[in-house]
Structures are given as C-alpha cells and as structure tokens.
Ligand binder design. Structure first.
Ligand code: EPU
Length: 420
C-alpha cells in the first residue's frame, strides 16, 4: 500500500510553480464534445481525474493525446451518448458531459454520480437547467437519461439550498451555447473555473456575456469550432501551498499563481499573522509560525473556498486561541476532524461548524485520508507534528494534486512516498 512518511523539518524556503486548475480542465474537456474540430488544452495537470476523464472520452469516441501539460482532442467516432457507470463512478465531474452530449446529439445517458464522503451531492440543479432548456429527463436503472428534439433558450434560476452550483452552471452554460435563442442563467456560479469555461466556449465561437457575475447571457449559435485554450492556475493548489508555508514557517514564492482568485484566503492568512506579498503572477508567503486563531466561513466564490477548509483547519489546530470554522457549501465535509484529533488536535464539531482549540504541538500518527482535500490537510499537519506521520489513502491525493509531496520536499519538507 502506498503511503507518505512525513516528519517535521523546519521552515520552508524557495520558489514553486502551480499547475493548471483541475476543476477548470474537467468541464473544459467536456466542452470539447460540442465540436467535431480538434481542440488543444494547455496547462493540464497530471492528476488521476484527468486520466479518468480521458478514459471516458475514449469511450465517447474522442481520441486524446497528452504530452506533458498539453492535451489534444479530436473526435474519431460520433454518436456514442452513454457515459457508463464503470467510467463515471470514479469521478463526479464526469456529470458535466451531460449538457454537451445533449446539446450535440439531443440525447444523453450518464450514470448517476454516487454519494461522496464530503456529503450528499444532489443533481437537481443540473436537471433543472437542462429541463428549462427543453430536455425531458428521467432516472432509469441508475442512469440520468435526457432527450430533446431541440434545446431552446430560456431563463433559469439555478439557486440551491447551499447557493449556486459550479458544475450545474457549467452544464447549463455548455448546453445553452447550441440552443436556439437566448438563455439567461440566474444565480449562476461565479467561480473562476466557470469563467475559464466560458472563455474557452467563447474562443470556440459561443456568444456569452456576464460570466463571472450571477447572471450569464448566452445567445445560441448553430455550431462551435475547435480552439487552443490555456487553463487558469489551480487556486486550490496555490492555497494549499500557501497554508503549508504558513504552518511550517519560512518564505515561499508561488509562481504562475493568480492572487485575484484568492482574495478571501489571503485575507484570512494575514489575519492569522502571516505576511503575504502579491505581484503579477506570483504570491510570496512569509511566516514566523506565530499563528493566531481566526473565525471563518466557507462560501461560494469570492468567499473562502470549501476546497481549502480542511487545510485551513490543520493550520488553525496549532494557532493560538479558539477558532470557529463554519462550512456553508458542504455542511458534512468534516471527515478530517477525527484524523486531525488522532494527531493531537483539539477539534469538536457542532452542526456545520468546527470549534478548534489551538494546541502547542501535534504528534505524528498513522492517519488515513478520507478525501482529496483532507489528504493535503493531513500532510500539512504532519509537517509540524513530532515524530513520524504515516498517511495512507493516497488515491485521493493523486486525484487532484500533481506531485504535491515532491513540491513540498523541494521547499524543504521531509516527505517520502513508499510502497505502491
Ligand atoms: N448542489 C445542489 N444541487 C445540485 C448540485 C449541487 O444542491 O444539483 C449543492 C451541493 O450539494 C453543494 C452546493 O450545491 O452543497 C455546491 O456544490 P457544487 O455543485 O458547486 O459542486 P460541484 O460543482 O459538484 C465543484 C468542484 C468541487 C468544489 C465545489 C464547490 C469540480 C470538479 N468540483 O463541485 O471540488 O468543492 O465545486 O466549489 O469542479 C474538490 O476539488 O475537492 C472538489 C470537491
């Protein structure tokens, strides 16, 4: 079994680049289903989720070629509109092929994504968007089946119980590009990954306005063409590296970053006592490890991202004072609390909040990552714990981070991967 052996090794120092955003590349790959022409995506991270999406694309008749961070895609077979369980169950993001398949072929059959350790992952907003565009949907034998004679422009309000939805906005947006007439998506997600998707669609010939705001206007066109698109930097990898530098201390410059995507994170880290310098395309974090407790709430963009909640909890575990961390996007996303407590943290859960009493030190222990972001949080905690931390469950880490442990080791951390 593969595991990481982590030991505290003093402050971090150096410069490190971030990869392209996992959560931008997956829907942008799905957008390539909207055209028969070749597509090239650059800045593609080498992560398991991209590999899983490539497998799905192979099944859907798209030939792919990945060399370093460039992915070339070209349709070689048309007409396959089913995304089967074996391929979809590995990755929730594959639901974003639903809108493009429906728009292109007027029919799509996509295996229902299952539950997930970070809490329930409903699909009602995906269906609402597509139904408003004129799709008839049903759930049959574990599959979402959507059909339509022709998608038509509409006004649709995509607010759910926990706010906007990133991938439901993406699905509706992609389907609307080939619908007849004008679509208004209200309460659209404003995340940078949605903006990147819209920019790629515009480069493919789509007519979109208002992306990045809660109301997106899409004027349907008959056809989209291929393009070359460079993916935005991964704000969650950037934030993870910033938090690692803050907790371990030292001075780290993160290159190819986009500070504008991380306003809430920068603000909170400064509140904990860390110094941050932003310049065009890079962020420098300086920390003397004297961290203060802060209260924070995760929210859709531009709020503090849920995908950095676990990593921030690891940091607050050793900050002076009591922090209250409230999760407003996935109120059940707290599986990492018990693992951090096994390392000596003092965290209790009250509904959708975690109360974190800062401790002087963490103690290394065998821990298992329950999900992707929790794996990074436990790695970061291990970097300031005494003795050795053994982290298993690396299949989660590898889904979304490209060689995170190597990057941290390059900055001075003591992390070794052993086993297979
Ligand atoms: N929701 C609904 N109905 C729906 C869809 C979502 O109620 O039909 C709810 C969810 O249960 C949640 C909230 O809306 O409470 C927001 O979920 P959202 O749909 O925005 O999540 P997503 O689009 O499925 C993406 C990222 C997640 C990230 C969230 C929130 C991808 C591939 N995934 O998921 O990333 O946490 O947005 O920012 O883009 C991760 O990278 O670790 C990860 C989980």
């Amino acid at each position: 079994m593969a595991k990481l052996l982590i030991r505290a090794n003093g402050p971090l120092a150096g410069t490190i680049p971030v990869h392209g955003a996992k959560n931008a590349v997956l829907p942008i790959m799905a957008a390539s289903l909207l055209t028969d022409e070749p597509m090239t995506i650059e800045g593609v991270p080498q992560v398991k989720d991209v590999a899983s999406m490539i497998q799905l694309f192979d099944h859907l008749g798209i030939k792919t070629r990945l060399s370093e961070d460039r992915l070339e895609m070209q349709r070689v077979r048309a007409g396959e509109t089913t995304a089967p369980y074996e391929l979809v169950s590995q990755m929730r993001a594959s639901i974003c092929v639903l809108g493009p398949l429906l728009a292109r072929y007027h029919r799509a059959k996509v295996s229902m994504p299952g539950g997930c350790v970070i809490g329930p992952r409903p699909i009602d907003l995906h269906l609402k968007g597509l139904q408003a565009l004129g799709a008839v949907t049903s759930i049959e034998h574990g599959y979402i089946v959507a059909t339509t004679p022709q998608l038509r422009g509409c006004s649709v309000h995509l607010a759910g119980a926990f706010g906007s939805s990133v991938l439901a906005t993406g699905n509706t947006l992609m389907a609307a590009t080939l619908a007849e007439g004008v679509t208004f998506i209200e309460h659209a997600a404003c995340e940078p990954e949605v903006v990147d998707l819209a920019n790629c669609l515009i480069a493919m010939g789509a007519k979109i306005k208002g992306h990045g705001s809660p109301v997106i206007r899409v004027e349907g066109v008959e056809k989209l063409h291929g393009t070359r698109h460079h993916i935005i930097p991964d704000r969650i990898e950037t934030g993870t590296l910033m938090i690692a530098a803050a907790i371990a201390g030292g001075e780290v410059r993160i290159q190819r970053a986009c500070p504008e995507h991380l306003g809430a994170v920068i603000d909170k880290l400064i509140e904990t006592g860390v110094s941050i310098e932003k310049s065009n395309g890079s962020i420098c974090v300086r920390s003397n490890r004297k961290l203060q407790a802060v209260d924070l709430t995760t929210l859709p963009f531009p709020g503090f991202p849920t995908d950095l909640q676990a990593q921030m909890m690891a940091l607050l575990s050793v900050a002076k004072g009591v922090s209250v961390l409230t999760e407003r996007v996935y109120p059940e996303r707290f599986m990492h609390i018990s693992e951090l407590n096994r390392m000596g943290a003092s965290i209790t859960r009250e509904g959708a909040s975690a109360i974190i009493k800062g401790v002087d030190r963490l103690s290394g222990a065998p821990v298992t990552a329950p999900d992707l972001r929790a794996s990074a949080a436990l790695m970061i905690a291990g970097m300031v714990a005494d003795n050795q931390t053994e982290l298993t469950g690396l299949e989660h880490l590898d889904r979304g981070y490209e060689h995170l442990e190597q990057k941290l080791t390059q900055l001075g951390a003591d992390i070794r991967r052993v086993g297979l």
